[in-house]
Ligand binder design. Structure first.
Ligand SMILES: Cc1cc2nc3c(=O)[nH]c(=O)nc-3n(C[C@H](O)[C@H](O)[C@H](O)COP(=O)(O)OP(=O)(O)OC[C@H]3O[C@@H](n4cnc5c(N)ncnc54)[C@H](O)[C@@H]3O)c2cc1C
Length: 349
């Protein structure tokens, strides 16, 4: 990991508030701090319960947090952005909205309010002490055994019968509605000083196993771009971020659907012919990628393609992959029957 960069002339290189202290917000805060930017993380919950080591590391870097505070409004001018935290205005060079699947920042960025959709599946969780995976029609259950940890996680994704209200207490069974949103093309506001990251930009189904991983890749990317283009070019950096990340995350989002379909409407003949069919995809293009290096290397090309309106070929996707936009509706339509080979776009190699 490269060392923390010195701030230019002892002053921070730019001020960027971060909305949300989930994995995306924390990872962006860490990466920007390491590159000499001034960040402050605003988080509506009074304390974090599941972020563990990454939160400890952020605190060790001296990152400032404001807990129990909600960002209510976003404003921007050509060269500035502003957030309002319960009546208090914070001026900034740019704003990073890592506010999760329920993102209110999306409304500012896209100009329309989109509710996440109930997926028709829910998620049941409790604590236990084993490790197994069960598959059934429209259902899968996973039991994690992690001997060194004090608690284990068990979850069952099942078709939502809508008979149970969502509840969420540490002691009791939880019925947790899975929500989804399809990929969106616009992550950056029209003026360019506010960007979405993490689940706010690209929510993943748990069966992708990629939501937090892609949030961390976002952080490495955005920090490298701001490092290279500097605060004077925040809109260019944010738009290059969207350009470099959109096609890759559209595929990792799709991976969640593909795996869920393998597990819920299992083609047992395909499994008999090849038991690997049920494996969670672990393709090389996904795991060997270095998002920070990619951002430094392809920053200029991405910025130029945005400026000139010319095409840009992503190389952080499977070799030869030709991007195609997809929607939740198209996936639901394809899922009505047992999927054919063409459904699976995320090569397991
Ligand atoms: C069951 C399950 C299993 C998963 N397994 C994996 C896995 O194996 N691997 C993997 O990589 N990912 C996995 N994920 C996905 C991963 O957990 C998420 O993609 C990731 O946590 C998203 O991080 P985020 O920071 O973008 O959003 P969130 O974690 O949702 O964080 C958003 C934060 O913003 C705060 N916030 C929202 N609005 C405001 C506001 N107005 N003002 C201030 N704060 C605000 C929220 O309180 C929240 O803390 C799984 C998810 C689930 C549900």
């Amino acid at each position: 990991m490269p060392a923390v960069k010195d701030a230019v002339n002892g002053a921070p290189r730019g001020r960027l508030p971060i909305v949300g202290a989930g994995y995306a917000g924390l990872a962006v805060a860490i990466e920007l701090t390491r590159k000499g930017f001034e960040v402050e993380v605003v988080e509506v919950v009074p304390e974090l319960t599941t972020q563990g080591l990454i939160f400890d590391y952020a605190k060790s870097l001296g990152i400032k947090f404001r807990f129990g505070k909600r960002v209510n409004e976003y404003f921007e001018e050509t060269d500035r952005a502003r957030v309002v935290i319960e009546g208090e205005r914070i001026e900034a060079d740019g704003v990073i909205a890592a506010d999760g699947i329920h993102s209110a920042a999306r409304k500012h960025v896209m100009g329309i309010h989109q509710h996440p959709r109930i997926s028709g599946f829910a998620f049941t969780e409790t604590d236990e002490d084993l490790f197994c995976v069960w598959l059934g029609a429209d259902t899968h259950a996973i039991l994690f055994i992690l001997m060194d940890l004090r608690s284990a996680i068990i979850f069952c994704t099942h078709k939502d019968t809508y008979e149970v209200e969502e509840s969420n207490t540490p002691e009791k069974l939880i019925d947790w509605k899975l929500l989804w949103r399809g990929p969106i093309r616009q992550w950056v506001s029209d003026t360019g000083n506010i960007t979405l990251v993490g689940d706010a930009a690209h929510p993943h189904l748990p069966t992708s196993g990629q939501g937090a991983a892609q949030a961390i890749e976002d952080a490495a990317t955005i920090a490298a771009l701001l490092d290279k283009l500097r605060k004077e070019a925040i809109p260019a950096a944010f738009r290059a971020f969207e350009k470099l990340r959109y096609e890759r995350t559209s595929l990792t989002q799709r991976m969640g659907w593909e795996t869920r379909h393998r597990w819920h409407q299992t083609d047992w003949e395909a499994v008999a012919a090849n038991p690997q069919f049920l494996k969670m995809p672990q393709p090389m293009w996904l795991y060997v990628h270095n998002p920070e290096k990619y951002a430094y290397e392809r920053c200029d090309e991405a910025a130029e393609s945005i400026e000139e309106g010319t095409s840009f070929v992503s190389t952080n996707v499977p070799e030869g992959h030709v991007h195609e936009d997809w929607t939740v509706e198209t996936m639901m339509e394809l899922e009505k029957q047992q999927a054919r080979e063409a459904f699976y776009r995320v090569a397991n190699k």
